[in-house]
Structure formats: C-alpha cells, structure tokens
Ligand binder design. Structure first.
Ligand code: PHE
Length: 380
C-alpha cells in the first residue's frame, strides 16, 4: 500500500512541511522545507495533476532534498525547499490566476520561511502572478529598479548552460577532450531547458537528437538546430554519446538502465534515479558515466539568485561554466574510489554542509533581505 500523508511526513528527514488544501481549486499546496543551515529554504514551485495528493507530497519532499544538495554544490547560501501545487484537474484562466494568488498569499504569511521560483509546470507569468501577493519569489524584477524594465527572468537558459558544462565534463572524462564537435547528444524533453540546450549544443558542433511527448515541438526544435527526432518510446535504446534527460524524474531505473546505449548521462531533470540506493550502481556496472543531476542542474538557481544579487550576466555565465570543473572532479574521484558519482557527490556535499553548520556554531543566520534591483536579462 502507498504511504499516507501522515507516514510520508513522519519518515522525512527534512525540517518541516507546510500543507494547505485549496478548496476553490480542489488542489493541495505543499511546501517542503528541507534544510535551513545556510539560508532560507528555497526552490521552485511545481504544478501538475497527480493521481493522488500523496504523490505530490512525496515529489515535493524529494525535490526539496535535491535543492539542499544543489545549493551546497553550487556554493549558494540557501537552504533546500520546494513547493508543489498538486492539482486534481488542469486549471486555466482566472482559476489558475486565483490559485497562484492564494499560493502567493500563503508565502507572504510565511514571511520568507520559503522562497519560490519557476519550475516544471509553472511559467514566468505564473511567477508574476505570485509576485502580486508576495515578495518571496525569485526571478521577478520590480519596475524601475536601476532604470531596468519590469520583467520575469526565465531560469531555463541558465540551466541549459549548466547542462552543457556537465555534458562537457562527461565527454572530457570519456574521450579526453571537452570538445563537443561531432558528438551525438540525445535531449529528452525540449521545454524551458531542453530547447535552449539543443541550441547551445548545435552551436558547439554536436549532433543533436531530440525527443518530446509533444511531437510538433520535437520537430520544431530539431529543424531549428539541424537535428533529428527520436520517438519517445525509442529514447532508452537509441545509440548516442550522451543522453541528457531534461524532463521528468525517475527515468533511470531497473527497466531503462539495461537498455541504454549511451556512454554518458548529464541532464537537468531532478531526481533522475527511481531507486537511489540501487540505480547509480546499476549504471556504474554498465560503465555508463553519470553526472550527478544536482550539480548539472544548478545553473537556473545560480542565474536567478546571482541576478538578484546584482552580478553581471558575464560573471554568472563564468560561474555556471565552472560546473564543468566540479563535475569532472567528481567523475575522476568516483572512478578512483570505484563508487557511483552520485554517491560520491552526495557524500561530499553533506560533509560540506556539516562543516558549515559547525562553523556557524548554532548562531542564527543574518537576515538576507530582499533581492536588489536587476541588470537586464541576457540577450540570448
Ligand atoms: N526550479 C529551478 C531549480 O530547481 C529554478 C529555481 C531555482 C527556482 C531556485 C527557484 C529557486 O533549480
């Protein structure tokens, strides 16, 4: 039997969960606060239909833990958090707007205990709606700050840059050079991340293959980058150098891993393993090099947060490109230690977190305040 909400909350290792049933939309708001050692629990807001609300809560808690790993790995002083609006049916128009406004009011009442941003199933427009009710949302630039126009920043292109860095690390580890020219890369999911990723890969000379449940979108992106389309049911047995999962999680599991015909995996999808205790080792046994998703997908968080801190786009790109070196270091260490990279990276991140916690000596965190005005978004 699947666990109840009560059991899920009882067995979680995070700080706390906020839950609210939104009667008007017949949906659940879940906010999972995983860790607050380095800063306020922060992470995107995911919205989708779940068969059972419990599935949404579990997703939320797992994703929040992933954010803790992501922030420590990226050297950002934030804690792991995530929110899920678990729908019982799709929402549109004023019903959708109203739901985000009520969600925003909840965040405002929490006074910064959790900061949100865009994620799977939510859009820049949704973030702008939330921002009408609360200031605790990343990526929404207020009008007039430094003369910059009001707007909402899409983290997707920043995430995509980080994925390229992760792919380069895999390629360097496998083939001795980070050059992507002539390498085949299969991108699963051409949404907010997969689309700009395909473009960057094409520009770097890679042979791009794309797959998406939405066939029209797959063809559109493939033709714009000179790539080819792989039907969704073929993804796990298509030969390629690098497989880049950029859609849903749990795509690496006991069914798919034995079929894979790639040499390496680096993508932005969160929680790529269905079973974290067994699947990383399954991949290692097949000598497939996997770049830990919480390192590879940090570009979006870096973009949103560093923009709000006033860093230039060039400086942010420089930091995101640094993902290549940190992933490569983990891949090399994992090979030496004969461990899956995922385990090695997670152990390192958790050790760093414990050290930082000790260094703080239980003192409360300084108030991090509201984000500063933003520079204009990148031209690409
Ligand atoms: N949802 C994206 C991520 O998980 C972007 C994001 C980062 C949103 C940080 C809010 C805060 O990385």
């Amino acid at each position: 039997m699947s666990p109840t909400m009560h059991e899920l909350v009882r067995d979680w290792d995070g700080l706390s969960v906020v839950l609210k049933h939104d009667r008007e939309s017949a949906s659940w708001f879940f906010i999972a606060l995983h860790d607050g050692t380095l800063g306020p629990p922060t992470g995107g807001c995911r919205m989708r239909v779940y068969a059972r609300p419990e599935d949404g809560l579990l997703d939320c808690m797992r994703l929040a833990r992933g954010m803790t790993l992501k922030f420590v790995g990226a050297g950002l002083a934030f804690g792991g958090g995530k929110s899920v609006i678990a729908l019982s049916r799709e929402l549109a128009g004023t019903e959708r707007t109203g739901t985000f406004l009520r969600f925003g009011r909840l965040l405002e009442a929490l006074r910064g205990a959790y900061w949100t941003g865009e994620d799977l199933g939510t859009t820049p427009e949704d973030m702008a709606t939330i921002a009408r009710a609360t200031r605790y949302v990343h990526g929404v630039r207020e009008e007039g700050g430094g003369g910059a126009p009001a707007g909402v920043v899409d983290p997707g292109p920043y995430t995509a840059r980080g994925v390229v860095a992760g792919i380069r690390a895999c390629v360097a580890h496998l083939f001795g050079t980070a050059d992507l020219a002539g390498r085949t890369v299969l991108v699963q999911g051409v949404g907010d991340v997969g689309n700009p990723l395909s473009r960057l890969l094409g520009e770097a000379g890679a042979r791009v293959m794309v797959s998406d449940l939405d066939q029209d979108r797959a063809h559109e992106v493939a033709s714009s980058v000179g790539g080819t389309v792989v039907p969704p049911q073929e993804v796990y047995r298509t030969e390629c150098d690098i497989f880049a999962p950029c859609a849903v999680g749990a795509v690496l599991n006991r069914e798919t891993i034995p079929r894979l015909r790639c040499r390496g995996i680096a993508g932005s999808a969160n929680n790529q393993f269905e079973d974290e205790s067994a699947d990383p080792e399954r991949l290692r046994a097949r000598e497939i090099v996997h770049a830990p998703d919480f390192l590879v997908s940090a570009g979006g968080a870096m973009g949103l947060i560093h923009l709000s801190q006033g860093l230039s786009v060039e400086e942010i790109y420089r930091r995101i490109n640094g993902i290549q070196a940190s992933v490569l270091e983990v891949l090399v260490a994992a090979e030496e230690e004969e461990q899956p990279p995922h385990q090695v990276a997670e152990a390192r991140v958790l050790a760093t977190l414990r050290e930082l916690e000790k260094a703080r000596g239980g003192r409360p965190l300084a108030d991090q305040g509201s984000p500063a005005p933003w520079p204009p978004p990148p031209a690409d």
